[in-house]
Design a protein around this ligand. Sequence first.
Ligand SMILES: Cc1cc2nc3c(=O)[nH]c(=O)nc-3n(C[C@H](O)[C@H](O)[C@H](O)COP(=O)(O)OP(=O)(O)OC[C@H]3O[C@@H](n4cnc5c(N)ncnc54)[C@H](O)[C@@H]3O)c2cc1C
Length: 482
Amino acid sequence: MTGGKSGVIVVGCGMGGMAAAVAALERGAAVTVLERAPQEERGGQTRYTEAYLRMKSEDEVTDDFESHLAENASGYLDPSLVHLTSEPRENWPALVKALSLNDPEWIAAFAAAAGPTVKWLKGYGVRFDFLPTEFLTKSQPRLLPVGGGLALIEALGAAAAKKGAKFVYETAATDLIRDGGGHVIGVRAVGSGYRVREFTGKAVVLASGGFEGNAEMLTRYLGPRSIFLRPVCRGGYYNKGEGIRMALAIGAAPCGDFGSYHAEPIDPRAGMAEPAVLIFPYGILVNQEGNRFTDEAPGTVDAYYERVTRQIYNQTNGMAYVILDSRHMEIPNYRLGIRTDQPPIAAASIVELAAKLGIVPEILAQTVAGYNKACWPGAFKPLVLDGLATHGLTPRKSNWAHPLDKAPYHAYPIISSNVFTFGGLKVDAQARVLNQEGDPIAGLYAAGEIIGTFYRNYTGATSVLKGAVFGRIAGGDAAGLR
Ligand SMILES: Cc1cc2nc3c(=O)[nH]c(=O)nc-3n(C[C@H](O)[C@H](O)[C@H](O)COP(=O)(O)OP(=O)(O)OC[C@H]3O[C@@H](n4cnc5c(N)ncnc54)[C@H](O)[C@@H]3O)c2cc1C
């Protein structure tokens, strides 16, 4: 089967793939969309996200958008190479063009296209609003599509079908097909029952996400502790990294931190999507030995939950418990920070709670007593950074440090989930995949999480936007190819 000579083949049905498909159709291309999942589960990670967008209005990204992306755009770079990026791009040596770094012009293109892309999505019936989030304290505004990522998939999926896209479900792309000149013209794919098929056209847009669902790649890149991670929702299990692997196999340049991922604290007992536990700044975190190991409240929860979750991941069995007293239930809307559908482990005393958690009771009692003694009087203001810090305690707690002494006591187990992996492909501002010489690989585009972007720390609420912006650019550009 083929998509025809004029066709664009899109791999994946999430935000990146759907935006690419619709944009290519708008430009008159025939579009074939391959999707590993059955139709009722299409949409990958996008299906399950509330899709916060780092925007201060429907037209503008937040003031820190470009600077935050630039801060997380690389590892330690050689200044003599970075210096060269201030020259026009055509003057850059190949070494710099292919560097594992988000190019300044890519970041600028991303920021500039965000507002117009939101407008474009509104044209397909998506509504946007500033709705309450799971963060009780936050540093940046977040715009949301009403109905979350699912609303985006449904709106663009319906538009694509109406414009004539061909959807092929339960079919996973495995390899790229190139013509004699090296131009990417299609993919080989495997359908259910091990039915191998080929889909060809004039270009391929890879939008198959990261490798959250591939245990071998997780261990290879993130290391053996990745057995303590799990995808934050069902959508992640479908993303097995073939898109990244098949592009690297033909010489694509990698970008993003292959050894890292976006961490979010979840309750391991819950089977629902994204059972986040973000209430920990109001209590203490202890490991299975009963000891504190991190500042639970270095700043607003939206800006610091990832760094705290990485500390949890580093503990024995990749797990910790948040210990709370009954005061957390007096915080207005505190339930927003507890998304798990599992009840707290509750007890009338710390010793009883320790026994329920399997922690040596004397050690937990000692930890809580030491923490309580380090809390000084002051006004507890849960919805702003109150600076109520511990004194003489290591590690210190920087905000909301009030004694835990009002029964009943509650605990939730917390592990780090893998929201998405950071390692992926390097693209230019037109979403064209670059090779190791920094040149676009003819006919090959990437959109969404497969574009490697982050190092060490995630610039929150930029992923859905990245899928929409570069999906739209990729689809439009691919459709214009002759
Ligand atoms: C619970 C949760 C909350 C999140 N919250 C936010 C947020 O608030 N804001 C934000 O910006 N980001 C958020 N993210 C991240 C964001 O949702 C994703 O980064 C983004 O949606 C990814 O879009 P995508 O199109 O690249 O990938 P996906 O949406 O994952 O889509 C990839 C698709 O490709 C398919 N596929 C995979 N491999 C193949 C193959 N070989 N062949 C064919 N099909 C294949 C998959 O089945 C899937 O449908 C969140 C993610 C999750 C899971």
